[in-house]
Design a binder for this molecule. Sequence first.
Ligand SMILES: C[S@@+](CC[C@H](N)C(=O)[O-])C[C@H]1O[C@@H](n2cnc3c(N)ncnc32)[C@H](O)[C@@H]1O
Length: 256
Amino acid sequence: MNRDAWASYVNAFHHRYPGITQDVLRLARNHAGLTPYGWIAAELPPVGLVVDLACGAGPLAELVGSSRWLGLNISAAEVGRARDEGVRGVVRADVRAVPLASASVDTLVCSMALMVAPVADVFRESARLLRPGGCLIATTPTWRGQGWADLRRTWTLWRAWGDRPQFASRSRESARWATYYGMEVASDLVDRFDLPLDRDSAQLLADSLYAPRSTDESRRRLVDGLLTLPDGNFSLVLRRQRWVVAPLRTSRGPTP
Ligand SMILES: C[S@@+](CC[C@H](N)C(=O)[O-])C[C@H]1O[C@@H](n2cnc3c(N)ncnc32)[C@H](O)[C@@H]1O
């Protein structure tokens, strides 16, 4: 799928299911009882403006505090759900051209969107927007840290489904674009979030996955597969990275 077709698919997906990512992730907890959003909030500095790139329906707003949170999203449906739920500070905007001044932001967040949005633009805009000493904190799904049993279980599910989640880019592309725009990783952690499964949460999880070829029938097979998992949980394994602008960067390398 080319970039424009992918962007149209993602837009139509969120039009159909506004806020579905937060509906799923708010059900999942790590060993410390944090949701994936609480895990991001735990990494944020206590003061300064936080700009949430591709913010969905704004699940981080209440955790950061609306006085210092600004969320940007391209989808009218996602922004509409946020506003319907009283989230303040959410603006319809494209991460390819963020309508904010250069060096004006203390912290950028990108929750579960680096692999969906145009990643080169996210890093170009991040390097432009951040004040000296600022950082970008991003979460993405990952295979890292998963043992054979986890991987086998996931492959079995995808086989029953006859499909698998699709993304616009992989983590190594993030790493290359980050380097190109003069950013480097300051911390990199993986954690596991257990999502308790019943028919409703399994359906929500199945519906929340980007899978352009999937049908209602194939998703039903995925739901049935999820409901047969032995411990009644689905483990979401997420990676949280914090990027900072590299201090002595003077010139760019070749375009990735
Ligand atoms: C998986 S959702 C994550 C939403 C939210 N950050 C969360 O964690 O709940 C990905 C989001 O990226 C947004 N998105 C995709 N491309 C974008 C772009 N070019 N500019 C702004 N938002 C974009 C989608 O509209 C969607 O809300």
